[in-house]
Design a protein around this ligand. Structure first.
Ligand code: FES
Length: 107
């Protein structure tokens, strides 16, 4: 379990308890957080779960896979050095206290 804070583009902050093994996309859509669509259901094929990770998450996340990098080339909003796809980020204790900022658009 990890407490993750999602910050929507309008500034709304929501903290979610994310069970171990859940993706941060799955947790966001389950809790009705605006700004993550997850249209492909988490198979890394749509890039509508684009997010910006904070320094804490960046320090514990594995590097993106080749598939995630390919999809990050297709995000609708600005791609930044801390851009990731939330469906590829599987929660665990190391994520505790992490924050995801969501882009203004996913499509
Ligand atoms: S949900 Fe489709 S790429 Fe993440």
């Amino acid at each position: 379990m990890a407490h993750i804070t999602y910050i929507e583009a309008n500034g709304t902050r929501t903290q979610v308890d994310v069970p171990d093994g859940w993706s941060l996309m799955q947790a966001a859509t389950t809790h009705g957080i605006e700004g993550i669509l997850g249209e492909c259901g988490g198979s890394c094929a749509c890039a509508t779960c684009h997010c910006y990770v904070d320094d804490l998450l960046a320090s514990v996340l594995p590097a993106p896979s080749a598939t995630e990098l390919d999809m990050l080339a297709n995000v609708a909003a600005e791609r930044r050095p801390n851009s990731r796809l939330a469906c590829q980020l599987k929660a665990g204790a190391a994520f505790e206290g992490g924050t995801l900022t969501l882009p203004e658009t996913q499509e």
